[in-house]
Design a protein. Structure first.
Length: 431
């Protein structure tokens, strides 16, 4: 409320400090707690009470042990400390003027207004509801750009949350854009732009569905994305839709054929990040099928595409692909091909620089490192890595980490006499 600051509200000058802003942007709440205690004199016990976290957990986070990854806990912490939504990458914007829709600096701005909707944990509350004209009125030509920017901001949620949290948000955005295309007048150029956004949103929703274990929904969304991208004459997005379908395929031959089509569909004129992404996924399809030579050739193509990258803006949906991601994919491929001498070094190096804040992805990637250790007969090292992956995956709304880790845990059971294995088996039993 205006004129009232509870004891746990972070002072505005502290919120504006570069180290605090960086910690919040990375969802490094351990550093936030540490700075709150040292600079604002807010005790860990007070933080624990207001943020609904056990006191010892607050201390562990402040010492860099673990991370906060569930939406409910992130929202609770941000509410208690009065962290505004724009600091988490969810600033509301006015659709017409392209400026903040509310004064983010006001004392009465509560974080939940930006990231918590009343129904279904709607994480899109950080963005304004689109104010639409009456049905039949013409949509402005700038709307596709605005929707694409909105989609890019929402995509950041996937960095820290699992598909179980993000799927309702992403599929709602997709359905809203479908209704805009259906119900409002627009020029052909605007329609083409809207269809391109629709294809992007369908892929985003499909990925969340896949991550949440809703494979049927994911397949339907990927197919709808492909159709929209083709109609929009957007070959890069069409290729990416096929790559998603290939990644989800359980049939090795179908996966290779679809992944090959994805690269061909995007074509040689696609942005470098897109070609790198699609060739990465092609390499994965080859690795799963046991085709080592073809896999290595695709990885080299992905690396060559990345090397072409310059200052030209890349599509947001592919901009996350970098040298570290390529290393991780290479390590995963070598693991699938049962070549631990190649897999372990590259995965170890890449994961050493991979932030724990990306808990779902890091736990998944660690599962491939553990698999390679098992291939090499290094059971104790595998157990240690599985334990780390279990810690990271514990609070993420994604089915995939545990799906990957359960078979590894079964393989560790015969070695329960080793202390490292016994420890991880106990951890797995209560996880």
């Amino acid at each position: 409320m205006i004129g009232y600051e509870p004891p746990t509200a972070l002072p505005r000058d502290l919120l504006e400090r570069a180290d605090m802003r960086a910690a919040i942007a990375a969802h490094d709440f351990g550093t936030v707690f540490s700075l709150a205690r040292s600079e604002a004199k807010i005790s860990y016990s007070k933080i624990a009470t207001e943020c609904d976290i056990k006191p010892n957990r607050v201390g562990e986070l402040a010492r860099g042990q673990g991370s906060v990854t569930t939406f409910e806990k992130i929202a609770r912490i941000a509410d208690a400390l009065r962290i505004p939504g724009h600091m988490l990458g969810l600033a509301a914007r006015d659709w017409e003027a392209g400026v903040p829709a509310v004064d983010l600096r006001g004392e009465d701005v509560r974080r939940r207004k930006f990231v918590k909707a009343a129904v279904g944990g709607g994480l899109a509350a950080g963005l304004p509801v689109l104010t639409r004209p009456p049905v039949g009125r013409r949509i402005g030509s700038d709307l596709p750009r605005q929707l694409r920017e909105r989609t890019a901001r929402l995509r950041r949620l996937d960095d820290i949350l699992g598909g179980g949290d993000t799927y309702p948000v992403y599929v709602s955005e997709y359905q809203d854009t479908k209704s805009i295309i259906r119900d409002y007048q627009h020029t052909e150029a605007t329609r083409q732009g809207l269809l391109s956004v629709l294809a992007e949103q369908a892929q985003q929703a499909g990925w969340a569905a896949f991550d949440a274990g809703r494979s049927g929904d994911a397949t339907s969304l990927y197919k709808a994305s492909y159709m929209a991208a083709v109609e929009a004459q957007d070959p890069a997005l069409a290729g990416n839709a096929l790559a998603f379908l290939a990644y989800q395929s359980v049939n090795r031959q179908d996966g290779m054929e679809t992944a090959t089509r994805s690269v061909e569909e995007a074509g040689p004129e696609a942005p470098p990040s897109v070609r790198a992404l699609l060739n990465e996924r092609l390499a994965w399809a080859y690795a799963v099928a046991g085709c080592g030579t073809e896999c290595e050739r695709a990885l080299e193509a992905a690396g060559a595409a990345l090397a072409e990258a310059d200052d030209t803006p890349q599509p947001d949906w592919a901009a996350w692909v970098d040298a570290t991601e390529l290393q991780i994919m290479a390590g995963r491929c070598w693991t699938e091909l049962r070549r631990p001498l190649r897999a372990v070094p590259v995965l170890t190096k890449a994961l050493n620089s991979y932030a724990d804040a990306h808990a779902r992805d890091k736990s998944l990637y660690l599962s491939w490192l553990a698999t390679s250790y098992l291939h090499a007969g290094e059971v104790e090292e595998a157990a240690k890595v599985v334990g780390r992956a279990l810690d990271l995956a514990a609070e993420v709304a994604s089915v995939r980490p545990r799906q990957r880790l359960n078979p590894l845990i079964e393989q560790l059971h015969p070695h329960h006499g080793l202390s490292a294995v016994a420890d991880v088996l106990e951890k797995a039993s209560v996880a």
